[in-house]
Design a protein around this ligand. Structure first.
Ligand code: C5P
Length: 402
Protein backbone atom coordinates (compact mmCIF):
# COMPACT_ATOMS: atom_id res chain seq x y z
CA UNK A 1 0.00 0.00 0.00
CA UNK A 2 2.85 2.35 0.78
CA UNK A 3 5.32 0.87 -1.70
CA UNK A 4 7.12 3.59 -3.63
CA UNK A 5 5.64 6.50 -1.65
CA UNK A 6 8.17 9.22 -0.89
CA UNK A 7 8.56 10.83 2.51
CA UNK A 8 10.91 13.75 2.92
CA UNK A 9 12.21 13.40 6.45
CA UNK A 10 13.17 16.81 7.80
CA UNK A 11 15.48 16.53 10.80
CA UNK A 12 16.05 19.59 12.97
CA UNK A 13 18.51 20.22 15.76
CA UNK A 14 17.16 18.60 18.90
CA UNK A 15 18.49 15.78 21.05
CA UNK A 16 15.64 13.58 19.78
CA UNK A 17 17.26 13.64 16.30
CA UNK A 18 18.70 10.18 16.92
CA UNK A 19 15.15 8.81 17.31
CA UNK A 20 14.39 9.92 13.74
CA UNK A 21 16.69 7.08 12.66
CA UNK A 22 14.22 4.52 14.04
CA UNK A 23 11.35 6.39 12.40
CA UNK A 24 13.20 6.29 9.05
CA UNK A 25 13.98 2.63 9.47
CA UNK A 26 10.36 1.76 10.37
CA UNK A 27 8.99 3.65 7.36
CA UNK A 28 11.49 2.03 5.02
CA UNK A 29 10.31 -1.40 6.13
CA UNK A 30 6.89 -0.44 4.74
CA UNK A 31 8.47 0.14 1.31
CA UNK A 32 8.53 3.92 1.67
CA UNK A 33 11.36 5.87 0.04
CA UNK A 34 12.96 8.27 2.51
CA UNK A 35 14.90 11.34 1.47
CA UNK A 36 16.43 13.14 4.42
CA UNK A 37 16.93 16.88 4.67
CA UNK A 38 18.82 17.99 7.78
CA UNK A 39 19.29 21.45 9.19
CA UNK A 40 22.87 22.49 9.98
CA UNK A 41 22.11 22.16 13.69
CA UNK A 42 20.73 18.64 13.28
CA UNK A 43 24.07 17.50 11.85
CA UNK A 44 25.66 18.38 15.21
CA UNK A 45 23.55 15.65 16.85
CA UNK A 46 23.61 12.92 14.20
CA UNK A 47 25.74 12.78 11.08
CA UNK A 48 24.24 12.76 7.58
CA UNK A 49 26.14 9.54 7.01
CA UNK A 50 24.01 7.74 9.62
CA UNK A 51 20.78 8.76 7.87
CA UNK A 52 22.28 7.91 4.50
CA UNK A 53 23.10 4.41 5.71
CA UNK A 54 19.65 3.84 7.23
CA UNK A 55 17.71 5.21 4.26
CA UNK A 56 20.06 4.14 1.44
CA UNK A 57 19.59 7.59 -0.02
CA UNK A 58 21.70 10.74 -0.18
CA UNK A 59 21.10 13.24 2.61
CA UNK A 60 20.83 16.97 1.89
CA UNK A 61 21.76 19.83 4.16
CA UNK A 62 23.00 22.73 2.08
CA UNK A 63 20.81 24.63 -0.38
CA UNK A 64 23.83 25.59 -2.47
CA UNK A 65 25.69 22.28 -2.55
CA UNK A 66 26.70 21.07 -6.01
CA UNK A 67 24.03 18.46 -6.88
CA UNK A 68 25.01 15.11 -8.44
CA UNK A 69 22.36 15.54 -11.10
CA UNK A 70 21.47 19.08 -12.09
CA UNK A 71 18.14 20.22 -10.65
CA UNK A 72 16.86 22.90 -8.35
CA UNK A 73 16.91 20.78 -5.28
CA UNK A 74 14.30 22.29 -3.00
CA UNK A 75 11.78 22.30 -5.87
CA UNK A 76 12.50 18.75 -6.92
CA UNK A 77 12.27 17.52 -3.32
CA UNK A 78 9.06 19.51 -2.78
CA UNK A 79 7.46 17.96 -5.88
CA UNK A 80 8.66 14.47 -5.17
CA UNK A 81 7.24 14.36 -1.64
CA UNK A 82 4.04 12.50 -0.86
CA UNK A 83 4.54 13.81 2.66
CA UNK A 84 7.07 15.90 4.55
CA UNK A 85 7.62 14.66 8.09
CA UNK A 86 9.70 16.96 10.29
CA UNK A 87 11.02 14.79 13.13
CA UNK A 88 12.06 16.05 15.57
CA UNK A 89 10.57 19.49 15.00
CA UNK A 90 11.95 22.27 17.18
CA UNK A 91 10.19 25.49 18.18
CA UNK A 92 12.52 27.21 15.70
CA UNK A 93 11.37 25.33 12.58
CA UNK A 94 7.70 25.76 13.53
CA UNK A 95 8.30 29.48 14.06
CA UNK A 96 10.05 29.84 10.72
CA UNK A 97 7.38 28.01 8.72
CA UNK A 98 4.55 29.84 10.51
CA UNK A 99 6.15 33.16 9.55
CA UNK A 100 7.11 32.37 5.98
CA UNK A 101 10.86 32.21 6.56
CA UNK A 102 12.68 30.04 4.05
CA UNK A 103 16.41 30.35 4.71
CA UNK A 104 17.77 26.83 4.34
CA UNK A 105 17.03 23.71 2.32
CA UNK A 106 14.40 22.32 4.70
CA UNK A 107 12.40 25.54 5.06
CA UNK A 108 12.56 26.30 1.32
CA UNK A 109 11.38 22.76 0.55
CA UNK A 110 8.47 23.10 2.99
CA UNK A 111 7.58 26.47 1.47
CA UNK A 112 7.61 25.02 -2.05
CA UNK A 113 5.64 21.82 -1.45
CA UNK A 114 1.98 21.09 -2.02
CA UNK A 115 2.29 17.87 0.01
CA UNK A 116 1.04 17.48 3.56
CA UNK A 117 3.60 18.65 6.13
CA UNK A 118 3.61 17.04 9.59
CA UNK A 119 5.67 18.19 12.58
CA UNK A 120 6.58 15.68 15.31
CA UNK A 121 7.29 18.13 18.10
CA UNK A 122 10.08 17.79 20.68
CA UNK A 123 11.39 20.55 22.91
CA UNK A 124 11.77 21.81 26.44
CA UNK A 125 8.46 22.22 28.31
CA UNK A 126 8.80 25.98 28.73
CA UNK A 127 9.47 26.39 25.04
CA UNK A 128 6.47 24.19 24.28
CA UNK A 129 4.24 26.22 26.56
CA UNK A 130 5.51 29.56 25.29
CA UNK A 131 2.51 31.45 23.89
CA UNK A 132 4.51 32.52 20.84
CA UNK A 133 5.16 28.89 19.95
CA UNK A 134 1.56 27.91 20.70
CA UNK A 135 0.17 30.65 18.49
CA UNK A 136 2.52 29.54 15.68
CA UNK A 137 1.15 26.00 16.03
CA UNK A 138 -2.41 27.25 15.99
CA UNK A 139 -1.78 29.31 12.88
CA UNK A 140 -0.29 26.33 11.06
CA UNK A 141 -3.04 23.95 12.21
CA UNK A 142 -5.63 26.27 10.70
CA UNK A 143 -3.71 26.14 7.43
CA UNK A 144 -3.87 22.33 7.46
CA UNK A 145 -0.38 21.46 8.78
CA UNK A 146 -0.30 18.29 10.90
CA UNK A 147 1.19 17.92 14.37
CA UNK A 148 2.24 14.92 16.39
CA UNK A 149 2.17 16.21 19.94
CA UNK A 150 5.04 15.58 22.33
CA UNK A 151 4.47 13.46 25.44
CA UNK A 152 5.22 14.01 29.13
CA UNK A 153 8.43 12.68 30.63
CA UNK A 154 11.98 13.46 31.68
CA UNK A 155 13.59 15.83 29.20
CA UNK A 156 17.22 16.07 28.13
CA UNK A 157 17.64 19.19 30.25
CA UNK A 158 16.68 17.19 33.36
CA UNK A 159 13.29 18.86 33.72
CA UNK A 160 10.14 16.81 33.63
CA UNK A 161 7.06 17.77 31.62
CA UNK A 162 5.51 17.80 28.17
CA UNK A 163 8.12 17.95 25.45
CA UNK A 164 9.48 14.48 24.73
CA UNK A 165 9.15 13.29 21.16
CA UNK A 166 6.11 10.96 20.84
CA UNK A 167 7.02 7.24 20.80
CA UNK A 168 8.60 6.13 17.51
CA UNK A 169 5.83 3.55 16.85
CA UNK A 170 3.21 6.30 17.20
CA UNK A 171 5.05 8.58 14.79
CA UNK A 172 5.29 5.76 12.24
CA UNK A 173 1.59 4.87 12.68
CA UNK A 174 0.48 8.50 12.28
CA UNK A 175 2.72 9.00 9.24
CA UNK A 176 1.11 5.98 7.61
CA UNK A 177 -2.33 7.43 8.34
CA UNK A 178 -1.32 10.69 6.66
CA UNK A 179 0.03 8.81 3.65
CA UNK A 180 -2.91 6.49 3.28
CA UNK A 181 -5.64 8.94 2.74
CA UNK A 182 -8.38 7.38 0.64
CA UNK A 183 -11.10 9.86 -0.25
CA UNK A 184 -13.66 7.19 0.46
CA UNK A 185 -16.06 9.52 2.28
CA UNK A 186 -16.45 11.93 -0.64
CA UNK A 187 -20.15 12.85 -1.12
CA UNK A 188 -20.97 11.71 2.43
CA UNK A 189 -22.21 14.08 5.12
CA UNK A 190 -21.01 13.10 8.57
CA UNK A 191 -22.33 14.64 11.77
CA UNK A 192 -20.07 14.34 14.80
CA UNK A 193 -20.73 15.50 18.35
CA UNK A 194 -17.80 16.18 20.65
CA UNK A 195 -16.87 17.24 24.15
CA UNK A 196 -18.81 17.77 27.33
CA UNK A 197 -21.95 19.80 27.85
CA UNK A 198 -22.38 22.45 30.55
CA UNK A 199 -25.59 22.56 32.53
CA UNK A 200 -26.12 25.90 34.24
CA UNK A 201 -26.82 26.08 37.97
CA UNK A 202 -26.78 29.88 37.94
CA UNK A 203 -25.01 32.48 35.75
CA UNK A 204 -21.56 31.56 37.13
CA UNK A 205 -21.76 27.83 37.94
CA UNK A 206 -22.42 24.71 35.96
CA UNK A 207 -22.30 20.90 36.02
CA UNK A 208 -20.04 19.17 33.51
CA UNK A 209 -17.71 16.17 33.09
CA UNK A 210 -14.10 15.41 32.15
CA UNK A 211 -14.58 15.02 28.39
CA UNK A 212 -12.09 17.16 26.42
CA UNK A 213 -13.52 16.57 22.95
CA UNK A 214 -10.28 15.02 21.61
CA UNK A 215 -12.00 11.87 20.29
CA UNK A 216 -14.71 13.86 18.49
CA UNK A 217 -12.20 16.30 17.00
CA UNK A 218 -10.05 13.39 15.79
CA UNK A 219 -13.15 11.88 14.15
CA UNK A 220 -13.94 15.21 12.48
CA UNK A 221 -10.37 15.58 11.24
CA UNK A 222 -10.16 12.08 9.79
CA UNK A 223 -13.63 12.27 8.20
CA UNK A 224 -12.67 15.58 6.57
CA UNK A 225 -9.37 14.20 5.33
CA UNK A 226 -11.24 11.28 3.79
CA UNK A 227 -13.37 13.69 1.79
CA UNK A 228 -16.54 13.94 3.92
CA UNK A 229 -18.62 17.02 4.41
CA UNK A 230 -18.34 17.29 8.21
CA UNK A 231 -20.60 19.00 10.74
CA UNK A 232 -19.00 19.10 14.17
CA UNK A 233 -21.34 19.97 17.03
CA UNK A 234 -19.05 20.75 19.90
CA UNK A 235 -19.32 21.52 23.58
CA UNK A 236 -16.89 24.06 25.08
CA UNK A 237 -13.24 23.02 24.50
CA UNK A 238 -9.85 24.58 23.84
CA UNK A 239 -9.22 22.39 20.79
CA UNK A 240 -8.77 23.95 17.38
CA UNK A 241 -11.31 22.52 14.91
CA UNK A 242 -9.85 20.93 11.77
CA UNK A 243 -9.86 23.21 8.73
CA UNK A 244 -12.85 22.99 6.41
CA UNK A 245 -15.27 21.54 8.96
CA UNK A 246 -18.61 23.24 9.77
CA UNK A 247 -18.42 23.87 13.52
CA UNK A 248 -21.52 24.49 15.61
CA UNK A 249 -20.70 25.49 19.18
CA UNK A 250 -23.17 24.66 21.91
CA UNK A 251 -23.09 24.64 25.70
CA UNK A 252 -25.98 22.61 27.13
CA UNK A 253 -27.44 19.22 26.23
CA UNK A 254 -30.64 20.89 25.11
CA UNK A 255 -28.74 23.19 22.74
CA UNK A 256 -26.90 20.16 21.42
CA UNK A 257 -30.20 18.32 20.88
CA UNK A 258 -31.60 21.26 18.92
CA UNK A 259 -28.58 21.42 16.59
CA UNK A 260 -28.36 17.65 16.09
CA UNK A 261 -32.04 17.44 15.19
CA UNK A 262 -31.63 20.39 12.81
CA UNK A 263 -29.01 18.55 10.75
CA UNK A 264 -30.14 14.95 11.19
CA UNK A 265 -32.22 14.62 8.02
CA UNK A 266 -29.37 15.90 5.85
CA UNK A 267 -26.64 13.49 6.96
CA UNK A 268 -25.54 9.95 6.14
CA UNK A 269 -23.52 9.05 9.22
CA UNK A 270 -23.93 10.28 12.81
CA UNK A 271 -21.22 9.67 15.38
CA UNK A 272 -22.15 10.77 18.87
CA UNK A 273 -18.87 10.92 20.74
CA UNK A 274 -19.94 13.79 23.01
CA UNK A 275 -20.30 13.18 26.73
CA UNK A 276 -23.75 14.65 27.05
CA UNK A 277 -24.96 15.40 30.57
CA UNK A 278 -27.88 13.16 31.48
CA UNK A 279 -29.20 15.65 34.03
CA UNK A 280 -29.40 19.41 34.38
CA UNK A 281 -30.39 21.59 37.32
CA UNK A 282 -34.20 21.68 37.26
CA UNK A 283 -34.09 25.45 37.54
CA UNK A 284 -31.20 27.53 36.19
CA UNK A 285 -31.37 30.43 38.65
CA UNK A 286 -31.02 33.77 36.88
CA UNK A 287 -28.85 35.36 39.60
CA UNK A 288 -25.79 34.04 41.45
CA UNK A 289 -26.88 31.83 44.35
CA UNK A 290 -25.62 33.36 47.61
CA UNK A 291 -23.90 31.07 50.06
CA UNK A 292 -25.74 30.36 53.30
CA UNK A 293 -24.88 28.33 56.36
CA UNK A 294 -27.21 25.46 55.45
CA UNK A 295 -26.51 22.85 52.77
CA UNK A 296 -27.84 23.50 49.32
CA UNK A 297 -29.85 20.90 47.47
CA UNK A 298 -30.04 21.15 43.70
CA UNK A 299 -32.80 19.23 42.03
CA UNK A 300 -31.86 17.71 38.69
CA UNK A 301 -34.11 17.11 35.69
CA UNK A 302 -33.54 14.53 32.99
CA UNK A 303 -32.00 15.87 29.78
CA UNK A 304 -33.24 14.60 26.43
CA UNK A 305 -31.40 11.44 25.38
CA UNK A 306 -30.43 12.68 21.92
CA UNK A 307 -29.22 9.39 20.60
CA UNK A 308 -32.35 7.60 21.75
CA UNK A 309 -34.43 10.16 19.85
CA UNK A 310 -32.26 9.74 16.76
CA UNK A 311 -32.67 5.97 17.00
CA UNK A 312 -36.44 6.42 16.78
CA UNK A 313 -36.20 8.86 13.86
CA UNK A 314 -33.52 6.89 12.04
CA UNK A 315 -34.17 6.50 8.34
CA UNK A 316 -31.13 6.02 6.11
CA UNK A 317 -28.49 7.20 8.59
CA UNK A 318 -25.79 5.01 10.12
CA UNK A 319 -25.92 5.73 13.84
CA UNK A 320 -22.86 5.27 16.03
CA UNK A 321 -22.79 5.77 19.80
CA UNK A 322 -20.02 5.92 22.34
CA UNK A 323 -20.15 4.28 25.74
CA UNK A 324 -17.76 5.51 28.40
CA UNK A 325 -18.20 3.12 31.28
CA UNK A 326 -16.44 2.29 34.50
CA UNK A 327 -18.28 -0.99 35.25
CA UNK A 328 -19.90 -3.79 33.24
CA UNK A 329 -18.66 -2.24 30.00
CA UNK A 330 -19.94 -4.87 27.58
CA UNK A 331 -23.31 -5.52 29.21
CA UNK A 332 -24.05 -1.79 29.36
CA UNK A 333 -22.90 -1.21 25.80
CA UNK A 334 -25.05 -4.04 24.49
CA UNK A 335 -28.10 -2.71 26.27
CA UNK A 336 -27.52 0.76 24.77
CA UNK A 337 -27.30 -0.58 21.22
CA UNK A 338 -30.76 -2.09 21.55
CA UNK A 339 -32.35 0.76 23.46
CA UNK A 340 -31.03 3.46 21.13
CA UNK A 341 -31.35 1.48 17.87
CA UNK A 342 -27.65 1.95 17.03
CA UNK A 343 -25.66 0.40 14.19
CA UNK A 344 -22.73 -0.04 16.53
CA UNK A 345 -21.25 1.31 19.70
CA UNK A 346 -17.68 2.22 20.55
CA UNK A 347 -17.09 1.25 24.15
CA UNK A 348 -14.19 2.27 26.34
CA UNK A 349 -13.47 1.78 30.01
CA UNK A 350 -12.53 5.29 31.11
CA UNK A 351 -10.64 4.01 34.15
CA UNK A 352 -7.99 2.16 32.10
CA UNK A 353 -4.76 4.20 31.69
CA UNK A 354 -4.46 5.42 28.07
CA UNK A 355 -8.23 5.22 27.45
CA UNK A 356 -10.90 7.86 27.73
CA UNK A 357 -10.87 11.44 28.92
CA UNK A 358 -7.98 13.74 28.11
CA UNK A 359 -5.63 11.14 26.62
CA UNK A 360 -4.33 11.30 23.05
CA UNK A 361 -4.88 7.54 22.90
CA UNK A 362 -7.82 5.23 23.42
CA UNK A 363 -8.53 1.52 23.88
CA UNK A 364 -11.88 0.57 22.42
CA UNK A 365 -14.19 -2.28 21.61
CA UNK A 366 -16.72 -1.98 18.81
CA UNK A 367 -19.94 -3.86 19.37
CA UNK A 368 -22.69 -4.53 16.82
CA UNK A 369 -26.37 -5.40 17.43
CA UNK A 370 -25.73 -9.10 16.70
CA UNK A 371 -23.39 -9.15 19.70
CA UNK A 372 -20.12 -9.42 17.78
CA UNK A 373 -17.24 -7.60 19.46
CA UNK A 374 -14.09 -6.24 17.82
CA UNK A 375 -11.35 -5.46 20.33
CA UNK A 376 -8.54 -3.03 19.52
CA UNK A 377 -5.24 -2.39 21.28
CA UNK A 378 -4.03 1.02 22.51
CA UNK A 379 -4.18 3.35 19.50
CA UNK A 380 -3.96 7.08 18.88
CA UNK A 381 -7.37 8.75 18.76
CA UNK A 382 -6.76 9.36 15.03
CA UNK A 383 -6.33 5.63 14.43
CA UNK A 384 -9.44 4.87 16.48
CA UNK A 385 -11.28 7.50 14.44
CA UNK A 386 -10.30 5.79 11.19
CA UNK A 387 -11.47 2.40 12.48
CA UNK A 388 -14.83 3.91 13.48
CA UNK A 389 -15.19 5.58 10.07
CA UNK A 390 -14.17 2.36 8.25
CA UNK A 391 -16.89 0.46 10.05
CA UNK A 392 -19.57 3.13 9.59
CA UNK A 393 -18.80 3.36 5.87
CA UNK A 394 -18.91 -0.41 5.46
CA UNK A 395 -22.36 -0.54 7.06
CA UNK A 396 -23.51 2.40 4.91
CA UNK A 397 -22.29 0.73 1.73
CA UNK A 398 -23.74 -2.67 2.54
CA UNK A 399 -27.08 -1.12 3.36
CA UNK A 400 -27.50 1.34 0.52
CA UNK A 401 -25.36 0.29 -2.37
CA UNK A 402 -26.10 -3.41 -2.69
O1 C5P B 1 -26.57 6.20 27.77
P1 C5P B 1 -25.28 6.93 27.64
O2 C5P B 1 -25.39 8.37 27.97
O3 C5P B 1 -24.16 6.32 28.39
O4 C5P B 1 -24.94 6.77 26.10
C1 C5P B 1 -23.81 7.34 25.55
C2 C5P B 1 -24.07 7.72 24.14
O5 C5P B 1 -25.31 8.45 24.05
C3 C5P B 1 -23.02 8.67 23.61
O6 C5P B 1 -22.85 8.37 22.25
C4 C5P B 1 -23.62 10.04 23.86
O7 C5P B 1 -23.13 10.99 22.97
C5 C5P B 1 -25.10 9.79 23.67
N1 C5P B 1 -25.96 10.59 24.52
C6 C5P B 1 -26.91 11.42 23.95
N2 C5P B 1 -27.74 12.18 24.73
C7 C5P B 1 -27.66 12.12 26.08
C8 C5P B 1 -26.72 11.27 26.67
C9 C5P B 1 -25.87 10.53 25.87
O8 C5P B 1 -26.99 11.48 22.74
N3 C5P B 1 -28.48 12.87 26.82
Amino acid sequence: MYQGKCVILGVTGGIAAYKALDVASGLRKKGIIIETVMTENATKFVTPLTFRSITNNPVSVDTFAEPKIWDIQHISLANKADLILVCPATANIVGKVANGIADDLLTTTIMATKAQVVFALAMNTNMYENPIFQSNVEKLRKLGYGFIEPVEGILACGASGKGRLAPVEQIIAETLIYLHRPKDLTNKRVLITAGATREAIDPVRYITNHSTGKMGYALAEMAKRRGADVILISGPTNLVPPPGVTVVKIKSAREMAEEVFRYFDQVDIVIKSAAVADYRPAVAVSHKIKKKDEDLIIELSRNPDILYELGKRKDKQVLVGFAAETDNLLANAQEKIKKKNLDFIVANDVLVPGAGFGYDTNIVKMITPDGSIEEYPLMSKEEVANKVLDKALKIYNSRYLE
